[in-house]
Design a protein around this ligand. Structure first.
Ligand code: TRP
Length: 334
């Protein structure tokens, strides 16, 4: 059975962009692969080292969101990155194999460096060693557990490419040790926001969280962008440029054809159409929120899931590190 490694930084609650962009896919794949999902607390600290509270609190939220969305602890090991010291060790060995200029050339990191430089001033002042090197530690996350497949969003593909380079270099120097992991993109790599932005994101302020209640959802859907040419309730409109229609489609409204026809014919007002979407969204989120509530009420069960997942990951990483130390001639006491 092939191994999946994937994960998220614990920096906020999960939203529909995460659900359709990655969670749904992970839930489906967990039955056919040996699946490990890491809570990347060490990586979250590269950006949030001054806010350990934030990272800590979001670890809990993230696990609840995973379980609520259908990640099944019988099939998936959910584990905490910082509890696998082997990953930190492997990061150090890998760091010799990556040049600083290669790190700066990683397109995702480059974009993030650009953002930070804008916010905090010159590069040298704002870019830490830990931040620049996080793709190296991500390579260690994947290889320390012998990962084959990494299901991720587009922005993570450069990191997997960098992992593959590190693996090739490591194998060339120290002998065959790791396999090259593959990135697998989910079918919906990017979910648009109700505001028409081509991405749903926390920082964009357009996110619909898995844990949102009726009031929050109503407010967000009512503010959604529709066809700007439709002024009166019975003007015909173009559903293809309407975010409400986009979400009817995304949430698989069984009456999608009717929605489309009525919109084009001008016999469907936007307010009624939004109300229908709110109901659809609430029905979609209901089982997710019920599961979340169950786990919120059973914190000891959640703790056990995390402990067992972390233990399983650690056992695997220890095995891999025996091989690494042997091939690197660091196995002094064996
Ligand atoms: N970089 C990923 C993110 O920001 C999180 C992550 C850390 C990850 N280590 C990983 C993803 C290993 C896949 C595999 O979402």
């Amino acid at each position: 059975m092939k191994t999946i490694i994937t994960g998220d930084r614990p920096t906020g609650r999960l939203h529909l962009g995460h659900y359709f962009g990655s969670l749904e896919n992970r839930v489906k794949m967990q039955y056919d692969y040996d699946t490990y999902i890491l809570i990347a607390d060490v990586q979250a600290l590269t950006d949030n080292f001054e806010n350990p509270e934030k990272v800590r609190n979001n670890v809990h939220e993230l696990v609840l969101d995973y379980l609520a969305a259908g990640i099944d602890p019988k099939h998936t090991h959910i584990y905490i990155q910082s509890y696998i010291p082997e990953v930190a060790e492997l990061t150090v060995y890998f760091s010799n194999l990556v040049t600083v200029s290669r790190l700066y050339r990683n397109p995702t990191t480059k974009h993030e460096v650009g953002q930070k430089t804008e916010l905090f001033g010159t590069e040298g002042e704002s870019i830490t060693y830990g931040f620049l090197g996080y793709p190296v530690s991500q390579a260690a996350d994947i290889t320390a557990l012998d990962g084959d497949i990494v299901p991720v969003g587009e922005d993570q593909v450069p990191h997997i490419e960098q992992t593959r380079e590190i693996v090739r270099k490591f194998n060339a120097i120290y002998g065959p040790t790791f396999k090259e992991p593959e990135a697998v993109l989910s079918s919906n790599p990017r979910i648009k926001g109700l505001d028409g932005n081509d991405k749903m994101g926390k920082s964009l302020g357009n996110a619909i969280y898995l844990a949102d209640d009726e009031e929050a959802i109503t407010k967000k859907v009512m503010g959604a962008i529709t066809d700007p040419n439709k002024i009166k309730k019975d003007d015909p409109a173009n559903p293809e440029i309407c975010m409400v229609y986009y979400y009817h489609k995304l949430l698989k409204n069984p009456n999608l054809d009717t929605v489309c026809k009525e919109c084009k014919a001008g016999c469907r007002g936007c307010v009624a159409c939004k109300r229908e979407l709110i109901q659809l969204m609430l029905a979609f989120l209901k089982p997710i929120q019920e599961k979340r509530k169950y786990y919120e009420d059973h914190p000891e069960e959640v703790k056990k899931i995390l402990e067992e997942g972390t233990e399983a990951a650690r056992i695997r990483a220890k095995e891999v590190m025996k091989r690494v130390r042997k091939n690197m001639k660091l196995d002094y006491f064996e």
